[in-house]
Each structure stands twice: as C-alpha cells, then as structure tokens.
Design a protein around this ligand. Structure first.
Ligand code: GLA
Length: 656
C-alpha cells in the first residue's frame, strides 16, 4: 500500500468517525489518548507508549506498542459518565528495573469500589491482564502504589490500556477536591491545655510555661505550688527547682476579661520524665543543614506568637548540623560549618552559625520553652558532622551546662563502630552508655533514641533509659506509608506508655500554603489523628514560615491534643475492617474512648464503628473532635463517610 493511499483511508475513516454520531458513540479509546497531565505520580512524568524512562514498554520480556508508563504512587482520575463499558490492560513493572528491588500494586476503582487489585508485582513478572466491567460507572481511578518497600524504582506500565466506549468518552480529570474541615478557632476565653501529669527529678531546674489559649492579657495563678517554684502571673511561666521526691497536685488558674478557667496538674518528682508524650518543634525537615542560632530563636518566638506553645508544643529542637564538620569535608560546602570538631580540652565545637549555645537556650527558656539538641553515638552524625563517640560523658555534661532539656541520639555512623547491626548487645551498648550518663546530669534531659527501629528497640528502649524511640525510618522518605506505619505502631502498643513512647517521626510538609506538599488536607488530619491515638510525640518538624491557618487548625486542636496527652498514656489498638477501613481505638483515663475511623483507600467510603468492635455496650454520647461538635447519642454503632486517606475522629462517653 502506498503512503498516499493509507493516509486517504485514514482521512475517510476520520471523517466518518467524526461525522456519524452512531459510529462515534462506539469504539476503542486508548488510555494514552487521555490528558495524561492529570496524572499525579511519585517520580518523573507519564509517558505515552513508553516507559517512564522513555524506553519501550516491556513487561516480563514482552514489548508492548502502546500504553502508558508511569511511576508509583500514580493516580489518574477519570470521568466516565456511564459512557464506557470496559477497561482492559496488561500491567506490570517495566523491565528497565530488572535488577532493582521494585515492587508495585495496581488497582482499578470505579464509583468508590475497588474492581481490580493486582497484588504485589516485581520486575520480571509476566504482565497481568486487567479486564473490568465499567457499565454504568460515573468515575474511575487508576492507581499504582508501592507494595510495601517504598516507591523507589517503581516504574509501572499500563500496557495496551484501553476503554471500550459506547457513549461519553472517558476524560482525565483533576483529583477530587478535599473538603477542609473547619475546626473552630481556639476560643478567646482562657483554656488551659497542659496535660494532667508532669514528671521531673528532684533538685534539677524546673521550667514550664502553662500552655493556655485565649485572649491576652491574661493572668495566671497556681494553688499549692511546691516550695522552690515561682509562677510569673503575667506570662504563666513557672521556674525554680524541682521539689523533693513526691507527688504535688497543683491547680493552675488563668483569667482574662472574658472569663476564667482552672486545671489540675500533678507534678511527680522522682525518677521518671516524659509522663505524657513530648510535644514541640524540630528544625530538621524545614532547614536541614541550613539551621542557625537565628532560626532557632525565631522558632521560639514563632511558637509563642502562633499559638503552638499555647496548645502545648514545648521543645524547641536543633537537629543535625549545629556542630562543625571536619575542615576538609568535601560534602559540607558552607565554610562556616567546617572546622575543628573539638577544642584543645576535647569539648565539642558548635559551628559559626551557633556563636553561643548557652545564650540560645537562655533565650528559649525565657519564653518558658525547653531546648532540645542532637548528636550521634558515632564519630560522625548522619549529615557528616562531629559526633560524640568516645566523648559521651563530656558532651552530655556540656549539653546540660548549656541548658538543653532533650537529647536526640542518632545511630548513623555508629554503624562503623558496632560489630553488628543485628546483635542486640551491640545495638543497646551506646544507648545504655548515654542513658546512664544523662541520668546523672543535674538537669532533666529527655532521651530520644533514634536508630529507626533496629532490634525491635521498643522492647528495650525504656530499659536503656530512653523516653522515646524512633520506630521507623525518616517519614520524608516514605510519606505514602504513613497509615501503614501507624498500624505497625499500634501493633507494638504494649511498649508505649508514661515515660517511654514509640516515635514514628516528626510531622512535616503540612499546611496548604505551599503546593504540592507531601500530605493532602485529609492526610494531614489523619496524621495528627493517628499520632494522637497512638499516644506518640507530637513534633512539628518543618519550616515555621510554612505555618498557615489551616496548619494551625490541624496542629492546635485542643480536643485532639488531649487524646495524645491523656495521662493513661494508652496507645490505640486497630480493628481492620476489610481492605480499606481501619478503626484505631484508644482508652482514655476518664473511661471514654477515642476512635479514628480511617480510610486507607483511594476513594470515599462509609465506615461503621460498631460497639462490638470497640469493646463497648450501651448508649454512647459521640463527639466529633475535629469539628468540636456533639453528634448525639448512639445505641450500637456510629457510621461516617470518610474521604480518601481521611480520618473521622470521635470520642465516646457512656450515657449513664
Ligand atoms: C537521620 C534521622 C533524621 C535526622 C537526620 C539528620 O536521618 O533519622 O531524623 O536527624 O538523620 O542528619
């Protein structure tokens, strides 16, 4: 056939197809003909008839002429309007990832129901055939997620992907907008947001700002304050010396021109710290190796100005990169961050961005807040700065003298010292050493163990002196797994409690000011709901310039924080309801339960929390915690619609 003849046929066909409504209504529409710019994916851009790397589409040794190459997590929402009857494709990991640990799962949803799930697929697996019935469906989602090991290398192909169309053509559309829950602003009347209990060690310095929301000016009072403690009535900051061993029940009172309130606060002076999960801010995800003394001071200011401190956020934490990197460091570019690691006496040297550490903690303490610092048991920190190996005693004393109240102790280069990363004694060794040293300091220093969960650290973190221990890697590397991470933390609930907390890492990338963030609004509500239900540290770990009203409403909801800070310190257990719905159920000290109805799925679903699943019987009063609204009394279950990756958070009290 000559070229001219073929193109004439094509023209005639085109003319017939576009002219005749009956013919136009039927036919095949390749996935690649849709507007693929609507695909949201974890890496790169979607490719028509090619892999995400621009090579041919090949799965399990077979090459496909057409289709779409994408990368997990990948989502394409499609409007069908009842026009398509069928979707077919051959799917799999592209062969260009043959020697990599890729692992993906393909799913097809229509009108909220999952119609197809591939199960985990690896490079080299033969393509699987998808064939789903779409008759009557209004909308659809093509989804590729990681199958459990993060999204790295997850090159996914929808080969030969096409719709059989009998009516309206399928149309790629933007992801459905998520409804922002309008959490009420904190009331201008005073509300004291401190936890009910606080641990300290006799004779050490006491510093505590009574976290209180409401209009300023406000006046504070405290009844039965033990001797040695002084309250500044204007700002609610208590300073002094921790009282002798014993329990002291203090009543805090706060008043402004709109009202007054009071709250009991039990000071337990003894051996234990962190009787409720630590709350605060840390610079790492916001500033990485750009952290400076000035930024830390601004953070202290901002915590107070924004209302975060009034909600209970207390620790102002410096992460890595405050000390010197070796003078000849190839990889630390900033000359002000390079230099001798120690002075002539062996003292650790802060870099030039931190001219006076004592003055910095004084500044933080003057706000009534606490200061946190970071080092590694290894010779170097993760970012290649000087660590504490063989200087543990001296460094701990230095941190105490400077005035730090929390130490994050990050394994990293200790891997070069440890004989093994599986041997329990080797894993415990540096933490036993530092744990014992910290207990001897004349300062209450909360000990945050950071080694990403090795050797089931939760089983022995408390025994080596830890007050919290990271249970997983850095959230920034696996944000798409955050609900799975929460479920895993719930499985180790029994190791969580007053004085020793699981730590699934800091909050990051929140708010809606900077798009696209790592977490959608629904996911941000879920993040804070689940972390609170798990009773784990609440630390906002990102740039304070990113704070917007939405972020504040998510981080500062006092009724949600109350769940996290409950003195019982119970971690939620989970009830898995099929593939997508999961309940997180937490017992509260007052006999109520906090429950998260969480949707791990990709489309809105209805979730029922049945009393039988929650361990409840009889009528319950139900309150919606994000909207701070009573929902009424329910006899045997509570049901709510929950959007993609969202959580409906409720608290239930038995009706007497
Ligand atoms: C590790 C930790 C992070 C952070 C960095 C600093 O990755 O897990 O939380 O402290 O090191 O380099």
């Amino acid at each position: 056939m000559n070229k001219h003849f073929t193109s004439s046929i094509a023209f005639v066909l085109f003319a017939v197809l576009t002219a005749s409504p009956s013919l136009r209504a039927g036919g095949i529409v390749p996935l690649g003909s849709l507007d693929l710019s609507k695909i949201k994916q974890g890496w790169g851009a979607p490719k028509i008839d090619k892999s995400v790397m621009d090579g041919p589409l090949t799965i399990g040794g077979k090459t496909f002429a057409c289709g779409v190459g994408t990368h997990a997590e990948s989502r394409l929402y499609i409007k069908l309007d009842g026009g398509s009857s069928r979707f077919t494709a051959k799917i799999g990991v592209d062969d260009n990832r043959k020697d990599f640990p890729a692992s993906v799962e393909f799913r097809v949803y229509a009108d909220g129901r999952m119609l197809y799930k591939s199960g985990p697929m690896k490079p080299g697996d033969e393509a699987k055939a998808v064939d789903v019935d779409l008759r009557g469906a209004k909308n659809m989602l093509l989804f590729v997620g990681s199958a459990g090991n993060g999204v790295d290398h997850d090159h996914a192909d929808w080969a030969d992907a096409q719709f059989t169309v009998a009516g309206a053509k399928p149309q790629a559309v933007a992801p459905p907008a998520e409804v922002l829950i309008l959490t009420p602003q904190p009331s201008p009347q005073p509300r004291i947001n401190s936890p009910a209990v606080y641990g300290c060690r006799p004779g050490n310095p006491f510093i505590y700002r009574i976290p209180t929301s409401g209009k300023r000016p406000m006046t504070f009072a405290a009844d039965n304050l033990p001797a040695g403690l002084n309250l500044d009535a204007k700002n609610g900051i208590i300073t002094g010396v921790n009282p002798p061993r014993g329990e002291y029940v203090v009543t805090f009172r706060a008043a402004n021109d709109l009202g007054s309130c009071e709250k009991k606060f039990k000071i337990v002076s003894g051996d234990r710290l962190a009787l409720t999960p630590p709350m605060g801010w840390n610079d790492w995800y916001g500033y990485f190796d750009g952290v400076t003394d000035r930024l830390m001071r601004e953070a202290a200011d901002k915590l107070v100005e924004s209302g975060l401190a009034d909600a209970g956020y207390q620790y102002v934490g410096i992460d890595d990169c405050w000390m010197n990197a070796p003078a000849d460091s190839q990889h630390v570019k900033d000359p002000l961050r390079r230099g001798p690691l120690r002075d002539a006496d062996g003292n650790i040297m802060p870099n030039k961005h931190f001219p006076d550490m004592k003055a910095l903690t004084d500044y933080i303490h003057a706000h009534g807040l606490k200061a946190a610092i970071y080092t590694s048991p290894g010779p170097m920190t993760c970012a290649g700065y000087g660590g504490s190996y063989q200087h543990e005693e001296r460094d701990a004393r230095q941190f105490a003298d400077w005035g730090f109240d929390l130490l994050k102790y990050d394994w990293c280069h200790y891997s070069k010292i440890a004989k093994s990363e599986t041997d329990l004694d080797e894993l415990k060794k540096p933490y036993i050493l530092m744990g014992n040293i910290l207990k001897k300091q004349k300062r209450d220093i909360v000990f945050n163990i950071c080694q990403y969960g090795m050797g089931n650290v939760w089983e022995w973190g408390a025994e080596v002196g830890g007050h919290s221990w990271r249970t997983s890697g850095d959230l920034i590397h696996e944000p798409e797994r955050f609900i799975d991470i929460a479920i895993k933390n719930a499985a180790i609930a029994k190791y969580n409690g007053p004085g020793g907390w699981n730590d699934p890492d800091f909050f990051l990338h929140m708010g809606i000011k900077e798009e696209p963030g790592l977490f959608t609004p629904n996911e941000q509500y879920t993040l804070v709901s689940l972390w609170s239900l798990l009773a784990v540290p609440l630390v906002y770990g990102d740039g304070l310039h990113k704070i917007d009203d939405f972020l504040l409403s998510v981080l500062c909801n006092s009724e949600v924080i109350e769940i996290d800070q409950d003195p019982l310190g119970k971690c939620a257990r989970t009830v898995l309801l099929g593939e997508e719905a999961v309940l997180f159920v937490k017992d509260m000290e007052d006999g109520s339960k906090a429950v998260g109805l969480c949707n791990r799925g990709e489309m809105e679903i209805e979730i029922a929390a049945k009393w039988s699943d929650l361990g409840l019987a009889g009528k319950q009063r139900v309150r919606d915690l994000w909207r701070q609204k009573d929902l009424g009394e329910f006899s045997d279950s509570f049901t709510a619609k929950v959007g993609r990756h969202g959580t409906f958070l409720i608290r239930l009290w038995p009706v007497k």
